[in-house]
Design a protein around this ligand. Structure first.
Ligand code: NAG
Ligand code: NAG
Ligand code: NAG
Length: 456
């Protein structure tokens, strides 16, 4: 067991493998190295930034100023639509839509937008994009990480001003099938559409210590809160959401599932002043929600989540929290709600299996009473050096929230550290891995070569 002094020294040591990146990717992004030890480079202008992000060279790209894309690709005026049923529009706090054909109840209008916002910067494999101090700002354009580009770190960057007055005006970060992305200490504000969207393909990522700042004069919910926050949707996605600050948003914060299937661990996030909904979970999703704080959240979870066919564990109370130990090697942390709408008790053990079998990707939460203060101090940009933020992964391992901490990334103690996870191999000819399964599963022969852990 490391004593806290030893651990502090460890944390203070610079990371030798990840030049300029602070902390270590963890959760489902564990093992990501980005640009690795490539010599850090500072792009001179937006063209160089775009080129370096998109090419095939592993790079560590430092952002020391605002890169302003507004105006760089011209503007477009075209047909748009304005909702007639929601009594708000561009002149009084709403958003209009970029689209040719209006639906019933919408009026045709002309809309003008900045072209840069509507298409993201492409990002190649093996990149670290890192903001310096509080200077890392990308204005008027987001990132669009096309499928097959993997191993990417985006840290300490503020994405802002993507046609916020128009739905479809721009996404801050869009993933389209990327194995291993760590988005850490970023900030999102004033975007037209999604702050984060994972589209239809298979991605593996962690979003940590990010600030989703929804304060806007252009709100689809007409209340000063941005609606299109985080849309996590698609095939075989594995996503950790840890220690993020969602505030003044009104919808999709986050929306998970409804297509494809996603394993999501949402832990220690702080949801504050939410004039709409947070979790809206649909069929196909497997979601563990634990140790989060909701303060002034109108609808912390949608009622539709319950009947959607999703598999959700909402950690409603201490007896449900204890259920987790059989899967995660520790109890879950009960969520905390104040001045908020009803929480729903959902206790599907599927997400516990799914996350429990991903040994090495399980986040060990801090106690819920610490979350609000910690997240407000640490989430967003310009905070990499702040006390207590140094940094996630290592700090997580040290959080003394439970005596079971050391077992957190292992299988249940009763099975020993060698137990195979649900649905994984547990035997067969020439198999040298674990031959017992996690609690709740039994090892079943499928054929001579393959035995699998199935639900007992
Ligand atoms: C990224 O790094 C991995 C591991 O070193 C390597 O296999 C791959 O070819 C790299 N991709 C590019 C585009 O450089
Ligand atoms: C904006 O909405 C308000 C409230 O519904 C309405 O009175 C006004 O006419 C609308 N403005 C425009 C330009 O459509
Ligand atoms: C399995 O192990 C045996 C020796 O025990 C070896 O002869 C055989 O080639 C192995 N089969 C495979 C598929 O690796």
């Amino acid at each position: 067991m490391l004593c806290s002094l030893g651990l502090a020294a460890l944390l203070a040591a610079p990371s030798f493998s990840l030049a300029q990146v602070v902390g270590t990717p963890y959760g489902f992004a564990a093992g990501v190295t980005g640009g690795g030890s490539a010599t850090p480079q500072t792009p001179a202008d937006i063209e160089e930034l775009a080129d370096w992000l998109a090419d095939d060279t592993p790079r560590v790209i430092m952002i020391r100023k605002t890169f302003d894309f507004i105006g760089s690709e011209g503007t477009t005026t075209q047909r748009g639509c304005r909702s007639a049923t929601i009594p708000c529009n561009l002149s009084n706090g709403g958003q209009d839509w970029i689209k040719d054909t209006c639906d019933a109840g919408e009026a045709q209008v002309q809309v003008t937008y900045d072209n840069a916002g509507t298409s993201g910067l492409q990002v190649g494999s093996n990149k670290s994009l890192v903001g310096v101090g509080d200077k890392g700002v990308i204005r008027g354009k987001g990132l669009r990480i096309l499928g097959g580009n993997n191993n990417i770190i985006i840290q300490n960057i503020h994405f802002t001003q993507l046609n916020p007055e128009l739905v479809w005006g721009g996404d801050a970060i869009g993933l389209e099938g990327n194995d291993g992305v760590w988005i850490d200490h970023c900030k999102f504000s004033l975007v037209g559409r999604q702050m984060l969207v994972t589209h239809y393909e298979s991605s593996r990522l962690t979003v940590s210590n990010c600030e989703f700042d929804g304060v806007t004069e252009f709100s689809s919910s007409c209340n000063g809160d941005h609606y299109w926050t985080a849309l996590l949707y698609g095939e075989d996605q594995k996503i950790t959401l840890d220690r993020n600050y969602f505030h003044d948003v009104s919808g999709r914060a986050p929306k998970i599932g409804g297509g494809g299937n996603q394993i999501v661990h949402a832990v220690n996030n702080y949801f504050s002043n939410i004039g709409g909904h947070n979790f809206d979970i649909g069929k196909g999703a497997s979601v563990l929600i634990e140790g989060n704080v909701f303060d002034g959240a109108d609808t912390p979870i949608t009622s539709g989540t319950k009947s959607s066919g999703a598999s959700v564990f909402t950690t409603p109370d201490s007896s449900s929290a204890a259920t987790c130990s059989g899967y995660l090697g520790r109890d879950c942390v009960v969520n905390s709600l104040a001045s908020s709408g009803d929480w729903i008790s959902l206790t599907s053990t599927t997400p516990l299996y799914d996350i429990g079998m991903s040994t090495g990707n399980i986040v060990n939460p801090m106690g819920v009473s610490k979350v609000a203060d910690y997240v407000v101090k640490n989430a967003g940009i310009g905070k990499l050096g702040s006390a207590g933020s140094a940094d996630s992964a290592a700090a997580l391992a040290s959080e003394p929230t439970s005596k079971k901490t050391a077992a957190a990334t292992k299988a249940p103690a009763s099975q020993g550290a060698e137990a195979a996870g649900m649905w994984t191999q547990c035997g067969g000819a020439n198999w040298s891995g674990p031959t017992t399964c996690v609690s709740g599963a039994q090892c079943v022969k499928q054929n001579e070569w393959y035995y699998q852990c199935l639900e007992a």
